[in-house]
Design a protein around this ligand. Sequence first.
Ligand code: COA
Length: 294
Amino acid sequence: MPATENTRAPEVHEHALGEQHLAGAMALSRAASWNQCEADWRMMLRLGEGWGLTAADGTLVASIIVLPYGDAFAWMSMVLVSPDHRRQGYASRMLRRALAHLQSRGLAAVLDATPAGHEVYLQEGLRDTWGFQRYSLTESRLASGLPDAPGMQLRGLAEGDWPQILALDLPAFGASREGLLRSLCARLPEAALVAERGGKICAYLLGREGREARQLGPLVAEDETVAQALLAHALSLVSAPLYVDIVDRHAELRGWGMKQGFEVQRPFTRMVCGAERAPGDNRTVMLAAGPELG
Ligand SMILES: CC(C)(COP(=O)(O)OP(=O)(O)OC[C@H]1O[C@@H](n2cnc3c(N)ncnc32)[C@H](O)[C@@H]1OP(=O)(O)O)[C@@H](O)C(=O)NCCC(=O)NCCS
């Protein structure tokens, strides 16, 4: 029977998501074995807005967040339904709520779908673009040592680097996301790194702590050699367990990562609605920030 005709579905109440829902939100992401910690939910609610469905007993049973990036598109994230309430049309309802909100503001929608979410999104009109894979590293070890990086300086991010970082990120991501990048920089300072070549920043990396592992990303770089050098440098500074989301087209970086002990965890598909293609340029996006952030 289609979800919308399910007469046994209990009553739920739709509302805006706020800090008062953090405990329920954490229960949802924990039940899905996702990596977000409370700081992630707080950051996303501060940078964007969300909606939820709450059951009569006060349990938050579904969530969605939208993060506006500039005046062309917004990210949709945290599409979660509690395991006991799935297949009752709740994710589709949350998605339609968010899509209507974005459409009324003239914004395209972009998201990174898990295999389970992919089916829901296809039915609501989102289209596939490119993909990436989540890799996890349980033990820090640099199997092949630090790669050669001639003429390159790898160092911690300094306040004066921001103009160059933002200039590198804008065409890569497709919109300004300064608020997000600055938040990530403060979340895990030891992962905030840059690579310089000829006095010019050619790559940057940020990271954050998580419920299960620290996540490294975004990593934007002019080429894969620089990306590899910067990631190797990060592995010598940030301890495992670690997650990275490597963009599929960067085969060399993936191969190198697997030699360091990274293992594939799950695939994600970047999907869009209201635009012809995904924003940005994935030739320079080596590691996504994460499916919930873009
Ligand atoms: C993915 C998820 C959000 C779906 O929530 P849901 O409320 O069960 O989804 P809906 O009831 O709105 O599903 C609508 C339709 O999508 C399809 N669908 C939903 N979940 C599916 C799944 N796991 N596998 C295949 N198809 C699925 C079905 O066609 C479904 O209609 P039907 O139940 O009449 O067959 C939920 O399973 C979940 O929270 N999973 C863990 C977190 C996750 O992966 N979120 C997606 C992030 S991108």
